[in-house]
Design a protein around this ligand. Structure first.
Ligand code: HEC
Length: 242
Protein backbone atom coordinates (compact mmCIF):
# COMPACT_ATOMS: atom_id res chain seq x y z
CA UNK A 1 0.00 0.00 0.00
CA UNK A 2 2.69 2.42 1.03
CA UNK A 3 4.61 1.65 -2.10
CA UNK A 4 1.56 2.39 -4.23
CA UNK A 5 1.03 5.75 -2.59
CA UNK A 6 4.68 6.53 -3.06
CA UNK A 7 4.49 5.76 -6.79
CA UNK A 8 1.26 7.71 -7.21
CA UNK A 9 2.83 10.75 -5.59
CA UNK A 10 6.03 10.26 -7.55
CA UNK A 11 4.20 10.07 -10.89
CA UNK A 12 2.07 13.14 -10.08
CA UNK A 13 5.07 15.20 -9.09
CA UNK A 14 7.23 14.17 -12.01
CA UNK A 15 4.42 14.83 -14.45
CA UNK A 16 3.67 18.27 -13.15
CA UNK A 17 7.37 19.07 -13.27
CA UNK A 18 7.59 17.75 -16.83
CA UNK A 19 4.53 19.71 -17.87
CA UNK A 20 5.94 22.97 -16.61
CA UNK A 21 9.55 22.61 -17.63
CA UNK A 22 11.45 21.71 -20.73
CA UNK A 23 14.95 20.30 -20.85
CA UNK A 24 16.12 23.01 -23.20
CA UNK A 25 19.72 23.96 -22.43
CA UNK A 26 19.91 27.53 -21.14
CA UNK A 27 21.77 30.23 -23.04
CA UNK A 28 24.15 32.34 -21.02
CA UNK A 29 22.99 35.84 -20.19
CA UNK A 30 26.03 38.02 -20.03
CA UNK A 31 24.97 39.89 -16.91
CA UNK A 32 26.97 42.90 -15.73
CA UNK A 33 25.38 45.01 -13.02
CA UNK A 34 28.16 47.56 -13.17
CA UNK A 35 27.04 48.40 -16.71
CA UNK A 36 24.65 51.17 -15.68
CA UNK A 37 23.70 52.07 -19.24
CA UNK A 38 22.60 48.50 -19.93
CA UNK A 39 20.53 48.40 -16.73
CA UNK A 40 18.95 51.73 -17.70
CA UNK A 41 18.03 50.43 -21.14
CA UNK A 42 16.56 47.35 -19.48
CA UNK A 43 14.52 49.52 -17.13
CA UNK A 44 13.07 51.35 -20.11
CA UNK A 45 12.05 48.12 -21.83
CA UNK A 46 10.58 46.86 -18.58
CA UNK A 47 8.45 49.94 -18.03
CA UNK A 48 7.29 50.05 -21.64
CA UNK A 49 6.60 46.39 -22.28
CA UNK A 50 6.20 44.49 -19.00
CA UNK A 51 4.66 46.80 -16.42
CA UNK A 52 1.35 46.74 -18.27
CA UNK A 53 0.69 43.24 -16.93
CA UNK A 54 3.32 42.51 -14.28
CA UNK A 55 4.24 44.60 -11.33
CA UNK A 56 7.34 44.88 -9.24
CA UNK A 57 5.91 45.71 -5.88
CA UNK A 58 9.23 45.62 -4.00
CA UNK A 59 10.87 47.99 -6.42
CA UNK A 60 10.58 51.74 -5.97
CA UNK A 61 11.14 54.01 -8.94
CA UNK A 62 13.60 56.10 -6.96
CA UNK A 63 15.96 53.10 -6.60
CA UNK A 64 16.76 53.78 -10.23
CA UNK A 65 18.94 56.59 -8.93
CA UNK A 66 21.40 53.82 -8.00
CA UNK A 67 22.05 53.27 -11.69
CA UNK A 68 22.75 56.87 -12.42
CA UNK A 69 19.35 58.30 -13.29
CA UNK A 70 18.19 61.56 -11.78
CA UNK A 71 14.75 61.98 -10.20
CA UNK A 72 13.83 64.22 -13.08
CA UNK A 73 14.85 61.66 -15.72
CA UNK A 74 12.88 58.94 -13.92
CA UNK A 75 9.80 61.13 -13.75
CA UNK A 76 10.01 62.21 -17.37
CA UNK A 77 10.89 58.91 -19.04
CA UNK A 78 9.82 56.04 -16.88
CA UNK A 79 6.73 57.00 -14.94
CA UNK A 80 3.39 57.11 -16.64
CA UNK A 81 0.09 58.17 -15.13
CA UNK A 82 0.04 59.76 -11.73
CA UNK A 83 2.65 57.65 -9.98
CA UNK A 84 5.40 59.32 -7.98
CA UNK A 85 9.14 58.70 -7.77
CA UNK A 86 8.75 57.22 -4.29
CA UNK A 87 6.07 54.72 -5.41
CA UNK A 88 6.61 51.04 -6.10
CA UNK A 89 6.20 49.72 -9.63
CA UNK A 90 2.52 48.85 -9.69
CA UNK A 91 0.37 48.26 -12.71
CA UNK A 92 -3.13 49.32 -13.44
CA UNK A 93 -4.47 45.86 -14.17
CA UNK A 94 -6.70 44.16 -11.66
CA UNK A 95 -5.59 40.74 -10.50
CA UNK A 96 -8.93 39.11 -11.34
CA UNK A 97 -9.00 40.66 -14.82
CA UNK A 98 -5.55 39.34 -15.55
CA UNK A 99 -6.56 35.90 -14.40
CA UNK A 100 -9.64 35.96 -16.63
CA UNK A 101 -7.67 37.07 -19.65
CA UNK A 102 -4.63 34.83 -19.37
CA UNK A 103 -5.85 31.95 -17.22
CA UNK A 104 -3.10 32.79 -14.72
CA UNK A 105 -2.28 36.11 -13.13
CA UNK A 106 1.07 37.51 -14.28
CA UNK A 107 3.43 37.05 -11.32
CA UNK A 108 5.21 39.91 -9.58
CA UNK A 109 8.65 40.28 -11.13
CA UNK A 110 10.52 42.04 -8.27
CA UNK A 111 12.59 39.01 -7.36
CA UNK A 112 11.97 36.74 -10.36
CA UNK A 113 15.71 36.71 -11.11
CA UNK A 114 16.35 35.00 -7.79
CA UNK A 115 13.86 32.21 -8.33
CA UNK A 116 14.52 31.62 -12.02
CA UNK A 117 18.07 32.83 -12.55
CA UNK A 118 19.38 35.14 -15.26
CA UNK A 119 20.07 32.43 -17.85
CA UNK A 120 16.54 31.06 -17.55
CA UNK A 121 15.03 34.52 -18.09
CA UNK A 122 17.33 35.20 -21.03
CA UNK A 123 16.40 31.91 -22.71
CA UNK A 124 12.67 32.29 -21.91
CA UNK A 125 12.37 35.79 -23.34
CA UNK A 126 14.08 34.66 -26.55
CA UNK A 127 12.08 31.43 -26.82
CA UNK A 128 8.64 32.55 -28.03
CA UNK A 129 7.13 31.20 -31.24
CA UNK A 130 3.79 31.46 -32.95
CA UNK A 131 1.34 28.66 -32.11
CA UNK A 132 -2.15 29.33 -33.37
CA UNK A 133 -3.59 26.47 -31.33
CA UNK A 134 -2.92 28.38 -28.12
CA UNK A 135 -5.38 30.96 -26.78
CA UNK A 136 -2.75 33.73 -26.95
CA UNK A 137 -1.44 32.59 -30.34
CA UNK A 138 2.00 32.04 -28.78
CA UNK A 139 4.02 29.32 -27.17
CA UNK A 140 7.48 29.10 -25.66
CA UNK A 141 10.31 26.61 -26.07
CA UNK A 142 11.43 26.85 -22.46
CA UNK A 143 7.98 27.24 -20.87
CA UNK A 144 5.59 25.10 -22.93
CA UNK A 145 1.97 26.35 -22.97
CA UNK A 146 2.91 29.56 -21.20
CA UNK A 147 0.00 31.92 -20.50
CA UNK A 148 2.04 34.96 -21.54
CA UNK A 149 1.80 36.25 -25.10
CA UNK A 150 4.96 37.28 -26.95
CA UNK A 151 4.78 40.96 -26.11
CA UNK A 152 8.00 41.79 -27.96
CA UNK A 153 7.04 40.17 -31.26
CA UNK A 154 7.11 43.41 -33.19
CA UNK A 155 10.75 43.75 -32.23
CA UNK A 156 11.84 40.13 -32.62
CA UNK A 157 9.54 39.18 -35.51
CA UNK A 158 7.36 36.10 -35.76
CA UNK A 159 8.99 32.69 -35.52
CA UNK A 160 7.55 29.24 -36.14
CA UNK A 161 8.56 25.86 -34.89
CA UNK A 162 10.69 24.10 -37.52
CA UNK A 163 8.44 21.62 -39.30
CA UNK A 164 11.17 18.99 -39.60
CA UNK A 165 12.31 18.64 -36.00
CA UNK A 166 14.83 15.93 -36.90
CA UNK A 167 16.77 18.14 -39.26
CA UNK A 168 20.45 18.60 -38.54
CA UNK A 169 19.86 22.29 -37.81
CA UNK A 170 20.30 23.13 -34.16
CA UNK A 171 17.92 26.12 -34.30
CA UNK A 172 14.45 24.85 -33.43
CA UNK A 173 12.67 27.98 -34.70
CA UNK A 174 12.55 29.61 -38.11
CA UNK A 175 11.86 33.28 -38.78
CA UNK A 176 8.57 33.80 -40.59
CA UNK A 177 8.18 37.57 -40.45
CA UNK A 178 11.05 39.90 -39.77
CA UNK A 179 10.83 42.18 -36.76
CA UNK A 180 12.15 45.71 -36.24
CA UNK A 181 15.36 44.42 -34.67
CA UNK A 182 18.02 42.11 -36.06
CA UNK A 183 18.80 38.84 -34.27
CA UNK A 184 21.80 40.36 -32.50
CA UNK A 185 19.93 43.54 -31.57
CA UNK A 186 17.09 41.54 -30.05
CA UNK A 187 19.53 39.44 -28.01
CA UNK A 188 21.08 42.67 -26.76
CA UNK A 189 17.69 44.10 -25.82
CA UNK A 190 16.89 40.97 -23.80
CA UNK A 191 20.32 40.95 -22.20
CA UNK A 192 19.74 44.52 -20.99
CA UNK A 193 16.26 43.60 -19.80
CA UNK A 194 17.57 40.61 -17.84
CA UNK A 195 20.34 42.80 -16.46
CA UNK A 196 17.60 45.05 -15.13
CA UNK A 197 15.58 42.13 -13.72
CA UNK A 198 18.67 40.95 -11.84
CA UNK A 199 19.32 44.48 -10.59
CA UNK A 200 15.74 44.65 -9.38
CA UNK A 201 16.08 41.33 -7.56
CA UNK A 202 19.02 42.64 -5.65
CA UNK A 203 19.15 46.40 -5.93
CA UNK A 204 21.69 46.78 -3.18
CA UNK A 205 24.24 44.55 -4.86
CA UNK A 206 25.95 47.26 -6.86
CA UNK A 207 25.95 49.48 -3.80
CA UNK A 208 27.56 46.68 -1.80
CA UNK A 209 30.29 46.23 -4.38
CA UNK A 210 30.93 49.98 -4.41
CA UNK A 211 30.99 50.10 -0.61
CA UNK A 212 33.36 47.14 -0.57
CA UNK A 213 35.78 48.93 -2.89
CA UNK A 214 35.54 52.09 -0.79
CA UNK A 215 36.26 50.19 2.40
CA UNK A 216 39.25 48.41 0.85
CA UNK A 217 40.53 51.77 -0.34
CA UNK A 218 40.14 53.20 3.15
CA UNK A 219 41.89 50.23 4.68
CA UNK A 220 44.83 50.47 2.31
CA UNK A 221 45.34 54.13 3.19
CA UNK A 222 45.26 53.17 6.84
CA UNK A 223 47.83 50.47 6.17
CA UNK A 224 50.20 52.95 4.52
CA UNK A 225 49.76 55.38 7.42
CA UNK A 226 50.42 52.63 9.93
CA UNK A 227 53.54 51.61 8.05
CA UNK A 228 54.87 55.18 7.91
CA UNK A 229 54.14 55.62 11.61
CA UNK A 230 55.86 52.39 12.46
CA UNK A 231 58.95 53.52 10.57
CA UNK A 232 58.91 56.83 12.42
CA UNK A 233 58.69 55.18 15.83
CA UNK A 234 61.33 52.57 15.17
CA UNK A 235 63.74 55.11 13.69
CA UNK A 236 64.51 56.41 17.20
CA UNK A 237 64.76 52.92 18.62
CA UNK A 238 67.21 51.92 15.87
CA UNK A 239 69.24 55.09 16.51
CA UNK A 240 69.51 54.32 20.19
CA UNK A 241 70.47 50.72 19.56
CA UNK A 242 73.22 51.64 17.08
C1 HEC B 1 -0.10 40.85 -21.76
C2 HEC B 1 0.33 40.63 -20.43
C3 HEC B 1 1.80 40.38 -20.19
C4 HEC B 1 2.84 41.20 -20.53
C5 HEC B 1 2.78 42.56 -21.22
C6 HEC B 1 4.04 40.55 -20.05
N1 HEC B 1 3.72 39.37 -19.44
FE1 HEC B 1 5.02 38.09 -18.55
N2 HEC B 1 3.51 36.86 -18.06
C7 HEC B 1 2.16 37.09 -18.31
C8 HEC B 1 1.39 35.98 -17.79
C9 HEC B 1 -0.12 35.84 -17.88
C10 HEC B 1 2.31 35.08 -17.21
C11 HEC B 1 2.00 33.76 -16.51
C12 HEC B 1 2.28 32.66 -17.50
C13 HEC B 1 2.02 31.27 -16.97
O1 HEC B 1 2.29 31.00 -15.80
O2 HEC B 1 1.58 30.43 -17.77
C14 HEC B 1 3.63 35.66 -17.41
C15 HEC B 1 4.80 35.04 -16.99
C16 HEC B 1 6.05 35.63 -17.06
C17 HEC B 1 7.27 35.02 -16.58
C18 HEC B 1 7.41 33.64 -15.97
C19 HEC B 1 7.27 33.72 -14.49
C20 HEC B 1 7.44 32.38 -13.85
O3 HEC B 1 8.47 32.15 -13.26
O4 HEC B 1 6.52 31.56 -13.96
C21 HEC B 1 8.28 35.92 -16.79
C22 HEC B 1 9.75 35.77 -16.44
C23 HEC B 1 7.69 37.07 -17.43
N3 HEC B 1 6.35 36.86 -17.59
C24 HEC B 1 8.41 38.18 -17.83
C25 HEC B 1 7.87 39.22 -18.56
C26 HEC B 1 8.65 40.32 -19.07
C27 HEC B 1 10.14 40.52 -18.85
C28 HEC B 1 7.80 41.12 -19.76
C29 HEC B 1 8.14 42.36 -20.55
C30 HEC B 1 8.98 42.15 -21.70
C31 HEC B 1 6.46 40.53 -19.66
N4 HEC B 1 6.56 39.37 -18.93
C32 HEC B 1 5.32 41.07 -20.22
C33 HEC B 1 1.63 38.18 -18.96
C34 HEC B 1 2.37 39.23 -19.49
Amino acid sequence: MRKKIFWAVFVCISQSVLAAESDLPLDKADIDLTDGVSVQRGARTFVNYCLGCHQASYMRFNRLQDIGLTKDQIERNLIFGNQKVGDTMQNAMKHEDAENWFGVAPPDLSVISRSRGADWLYTFLRGFYQDLEKPTGWNNLLFPNVGMPHVLWELQGVRNLRSDPDSAETEKLVLKTKGRLSHAEYDMLIRDLVNYLVFMGEPVRTLRVRLGILILFGLSIFLILAWVLKKEYWKDVHHQLN
